[in-house]
Design a protein. Structure first.
Length: 161
Protein backbone atom coordinates (compact mmCIF):
# COMPACT_ATOMS: atom_id res chain seq x y z
CA UNK A 1 0.00 0.00 0.00
CA UNK A 2 2.76 2.46 0.95
CA UNK A 3 4.39 2.15 -2.49
CA UNK A 4 1.09 3.22 -4.06
CA UNK A 5 0.77 6.23 -1.74
CA UNK A 6 4.27 7.61 -2.28
CA UNK A 7 4.22 10.02 -5.22
CA UNK A 8 6.44 9.64 -8.27
CA UNK A 9 8.96 12.28 -9.34
CA UNK A 10 6.41 14.33 -11.29
CA UNK A 11 4.04 14.50 -8.32
CA UNK A 12 6.92 15.30 -5.97
CA UNK A 13 7.72 18.28 -8.21
CA UNK A 14 4.07 19.41 -8.02
CA UNK A 15 4.12 19.01 -4.22
CA UNK A 16 7.44 20.86 -3.84
CA UNK A 17 6.43 23.72 -6.15
CA UNK A 18 3.06 24.08 -4.41
CA UNK A 19 4.68 24.07 -0.97
CA UNK A 20 7.27 26.65 -2.03
CA UNK A 21 4.68 28.97 -3.60
CA UNK A 22 2.28 28.64 -0.65
CA UNK A 23 5.09 29.29 1.83
CA UNK A 24 6.36 32.28 -0.15
CA UNK A 25 2.93 33.94 -0.21
CA UNK A 26 2.39 33.17 3.48
CA UNK A 27 5.80 34.61 4.35
CA UNK A 28 4.99 37.78 2.39
CA UNK A 29 1.72 38.01 4.32
CA UNK A 30 3.57 37.72 7.65
CA UNK A 31 6.14 40.33 6.64
CA UNK A 32 3.35 42.64 5.44
CA UNK A 33 1.67 42.23 8.82
CA UNK A 34 4.97 43.16 10.48
CA UNK A 35 4.98 46.36 8.45
CA UNK A 36 1.28 47.13 9.04
CA UNK A 37 1.20 46.38 12.79
CA UNK A 38 4.80 47.29 13.66
CA UNK A 39 4.98 44.01 15.63
CA UNK A 40 7.57 41.27 15.27
CA UNK A 41 6.06 38.70 12.87
CA UNK A 42 9.02 37.87 10.64
CA UNK A 43 8.33 34.16 10.76
CA UNK A 44 11.53 32.96 9.07
CA UNK A 45 13.76 35.15 11.26
CA UNK A 46 11.90 34.11 14.41
CA UNK A 47 12.18 30.45 13.44
CA UNK A 48 15.87 30.72 12.56
CA UNK A 49 16.67 32.67 15.70
CA UNK A 50 14.98 30.05 17.85
CA UNK A 51 16.32 26.96 16.06
CA UNK A 52 19.90 28.24 16.23
CA UNK A 53 19.45 29.69 19.74
CA UNK A 54 20.85 33.00 18.55
CA UNK A 55 18.44 35.37 20.28
CA UNK A 56 20.29 38.65 20.85
CA UNK A 57 21.13 39.91 24.34
CA UNK A 58 18.17 42.33 24.17
CA UNK A 59 15.87 39.43 23.12
CA UNK A 60 15.84 40.52 19.48
CA UNK A 61 15.97 38.48 16.30
CA UNK A 62 19.32 37.31 15.06
CA UNK A 63 20.82 38.98 11.99
CA UNK A 64 23.35 36.18 11.55
CA UNK A 65 23.32 34.48 8.17
CA UNK A 66 23.16 31.04 9.75
CA UNK A 67 20.00 31.90 11.67
CA UNK A 68 18.31 33.49 8.66
CA UNK A 69 19.29 30.62 6.34
CA UNK A 70 18.14 28.03 8.87
CA UNK A 71 14.80 29.79 9.33
CA UNK A 72 14.14 30.09 5.61
CA UNK A 73 15.07 26.47 4.86
CA UNK A 74 13.08 25.11 7.81
CA UNK A 75 10.00 27.18 6.94
CA UNK A 76 9.97 26.08 3.30
CA UNK A 77 10.56 22.42 4.23
CA UNK A 78 7.58 22.57 6.59
CA UNK A 79 5.47 24.11 3.81
CA UNK A 80 6.44 21.29 1.45
CA UNK A 81 5.69 18.75 4.19
CA UNK A 82 2.20 20.24 4.68
CA UNK A 83 1.45 19.93 0.95
CA UNK A 84 2.83 16.38 0.98
CA UNK A 85 0.30 15.59 3.73
CA UNK A 86 -2.48 17.26 1.73
CA UNK A 87 -1.51 15.15 -1.30
CA UNK A 88 -1.64 11.93 0.72
CA UNK A 89 -5.06 12.86 2.12
CA UNK A 90 -6.39 13.57 -1.38
CA UNK A 91 -4.84 10.34 -2.70
CA UNK A 92 -6.64 8.43 0.06
CA UNK A 93 -9.93 10.09 -0.89
CA UNK A 94 -10.08 12.51 2.04
CA UNK A 95 -11.20 15.78 0.47
CA UNK A 96 -9.95 17.18 -2.79
CA UNK A 97 -7.84 20.13 -3.91
CA UNK A 98 -10.50 22.85 -4.03
CA UNK A 99 -11.40 26.12 -2.29
CA UNK A 100 -13.53 24.59 0.49
CA UNK A 101 -10.89 22.00 1.34
CA UNK A 102 -8.26 24.74 1.18
CA UNK A 103 -10.16 26.54 3.92
CA UNK A 104 -10.43 23.34 5.97
CA UNK A 105 -6.73 22.61 5.49
CA UNK A 106 -5.89 26.22 6.34
CA UNK A 107 -7.79 25.88 9.59
CA UNK A 108 -6.16 22.52 10.45
CA UNK A 109 -2.69 23.73 9.47
CA UNK A 110 -3.21 26.92 11.47
CA UNK A 111 -4.21 24.99 14.58
CA UNK A 112 -1.14 22.74 14.25
CA UNK A 113 1.10 25.78 13.74
CA UNK A 114 -0.30 27.58 16.78
CA UNK A 115 0.22 24.48 18.94
CA UNK A 116 3.78 24.09 17.64
CA UNK A 117 4.74 27.75 18.11
CA UNK A 118 3.11 28.07 21.55
CA UNK A 119 5.01 24.98 22.68
CA UNK A 120 8.27 26.12 21.05
CA UNK A 121 8.11 29.48 22.85
CA UNK A 122 7.20 27.76 26.13
CA UNK A 123 10.15 25.34 26.10
CA UNK A 124 12.79 27.54 24.45
CA UNK A 125 15.49 28.64 26.90
CA UNK A 126 15.75 32.21 25.55
CA UNK A 127 13.02 33.08 23.03
CA UNK A 128 12.99 36.44 21.28
CA UNK A 129 10.66 39.14 22.57
CA UNK A 130 7.50 38.64 20.52
CA UNK A 131 3.91 39.63 21.30
CA UNK A 132 2.91 35.97 21.28
CA UNK A 133 -0.86 36.54 21.26
CA UNK A 134 -0.70 38.77 18.15
CA UNK A 135 1.89 36.53 16.51
CA UNK A 136 -0.14 33.35 16.99
CA UNK A 137 -3.37 34.94 15.75
CA UNK A 138 -1.65 36.31 12.65
CA UNK A 139 0.13 33.01 12.08
CA UNK A 140 -3.20 31.18 12.31
CA UNK A 141 -4.69 33.47 9.65
CA UNK A 142 -1.56 33.15 7.53
CA UNK A 143 -2.15 29.41 7.25
CA UNK A 144 -5.37 30.10 5.36
CA UNK A 145 -3.28 32.16 2.94
CA UNK A 146 -0.77 29.30 2.75
CA UNK A 147 -3.30 26.52 2.20
CA UNK A 148 -5.40 28.37 -0.37
CA UNK A 149 -2.31 29.41 -2.33
CA UNK A 150 -0.77 25.93 -2.12
CA UNK A 151 -4.03 24.29 -3.25
CA UNK A 152 -4.28 26.72 -6.18
CA UNK A 153 -0.66 25.96 -7.18
CA UNK A 154 -1.23 22.22 -6.78
CA UNK A 155 -4.26 22.30 -9.09
CA UNK A 156 -2.37 24.51 -11.56
CA UNK A 157 0.67 22.22 -11.77
CA UNK A 158 -1.31 18.95 -11.55
CA UNK A 159 -3.33 19.99 -14.61
CA UNK A 160 -0.07 20.08 -16.58
CA UNK A 161 0.94 16.48 -15.80
Amino acid sequence: MIDRILPNAEWLAVIAASGIIGTAVMTLFMYAMTFITDKVMKVTKILGTMITCQTTEDRGLSERKTAIFTGVVAHYLVGIAFVFCYHILWFLGVGQPDFVNGLILGFASGVLAVIFWFTFFAVHPFPPDVDLKSYLLTLFLAHFVFALTAVWAYVFFAARL
